[in-house]
Design a protein around this ligand. Structure first.
Ligand code: PRP
Length: 214
């Protein structure tokens, strides 16, 4: 039986970007990648099997080798700090990590920061030498300063619509974020031909799309 390259693909709003990128690389993905409740989608004609994952879980699957490669946001990579190779900056799903608060935010004696990314938030303030209590939330983090749970949040900003609609402002940028192609360290050696081929095709598609966008 053919040994398929196992590719972990994140669900959600990034999927449309991944479809476009793979299409540009001459590797059209199955249409139903994100709509079905089927989480393992073998495509033998591509030599690949897609594993549909929650974005934050992609680096875990890749580190443990249940996926050979995966697509993960730099945000998730920074938060999870998994032992994987980062092969390629795919340049998609561009956004940024920022510290966000109310426009009249003032430093307080017991600062609290809410985030879906507690490790990123803790590290950022630790490196700045600022003591803060970090509160982990699972979504709608923008609520936290509005209801007095925290005085600031660390979150992703893409269009800026969510913070604007909630009357919040970006106070500091932490990092620019894009999606990355990552690989399991053993798979990278054992399946190097297939991994390298995919990498090269995606790199060509990225270069072409950058040239087209100029
Ligand atoms: C992300 C992020 C912000 C929003 C930013 O949340 O946490 O809330 O998108 O995007 P914008 O700048 O384009 O408005 P997501 O939609 O993934 O949902 P969640 O808050 O439920 O995690």
């Amino acid at each position: 039986m053919q040994d398929l390259l196992k590719v972990a693909i994140p669900k959600g709003r990034i999927v449309k970007h991944i479809h476009r990128l793979f299409q540009g690389a001459g590797l059209p993905l199955p249409e139903d990648l994100d709509d079905s409740r089927k989480f393992i989608i073998p495509v033998p004609e591509m030599g690949m099997e897609f594993i549909v994952a929650k974005p934050a879980d992609v680096p875990t699957y890749v580190e443990y080798g249940v996926a050979d490669i995966g697509i993960a946001g730099k945000d998730v990579m920074m938060e999870e700090n998994r032992n994987v190779y980062e092969l390629l900056d795919l340049g998609i799903a561009r956004c940024r990590f920022s510290v966000i608060g109310l426009p009249d935010w003032m430093p307080s004696a017991n600062p609290r920061v809410a985030s879906k990314f507690p490790n990123v938030a803790s590290q950022y303030f630790r490196e700045k030498g600022q003591q803060v209590e970090v509160i982990k939330l699972n979504g709608n983090v923008e609520l936290a300063p509005l209801i007095g749970l925290a005085d600031r949040i660390v979150d992703l900003v893409e269009t800026g619509n969510t913070i604007r609609e909630n009357g919040l402002v970006e106070l500091e940028k932490i990092a620019d974020i894009t999606s990355r192609l990552i690989a399991n360290r053993v798979s990278y050696r054992m399946k190097n031909g297939a991994v390298q081929l995919l990498c090269d095709r995606l790199q060509d598609a990225i270069t072409q799309s950058a040239a087209g966008g100029r």
